[in-house]
Ligand binder design. Sequence first.
Ligand code: ATP
Length: 140
Amino acid sequence: MSKKLLLEIVTPDHKVLSQDVDYVGAPGALGEFGVLPSHIPFLSALGIGNLYYKDEGRTHYVFVSGGFAEVTPEKVTILAEAAEKAADIDTERARKAQDRAQQRLARAQEKIDYARAQASLRRSIARMNCRNSGEKAGTC
Ligand code: ATP
């Protein structure tokens, strides 16, 4: 049997995933990084985007937003502010969040919190992409 890597994804309120996998690709704050078993240890901040992992030849997608990743040769631990498996993403909710954020950003003259509205927009788009990717891969 080939060597595996334990992937654990947790948020402040629940454990999203704990599974042996073959590969993890994650959205680091400075760009995507990939991890195979026996990787050298490192820590990275996470951005907003889609983590994916490969298991038994299939690719699974998980939305993650903010937090940290800790990599050791045997394990990847994701401590995210928010995370959802593709199958758990409510696309309609994400679409409404996108509309709200776009409306806020369109009110250019008013005092709005741009960084907050932009982050909300990025989360909503990443959630919809995650769900689409999972559906295309047939894993959600
Ligand atoms: P919303 O405005 O719809 O709450 P948001 O981007 O502000 O979206 P977050 O602050 O990232 O939401 O997450 C708050 C909680 O709601 C988290 O537990 C997250 O997992 C969950 N969540 C947010 N959006 C969705 C979604 N579209 N589908 C499933 N869970 C979601």
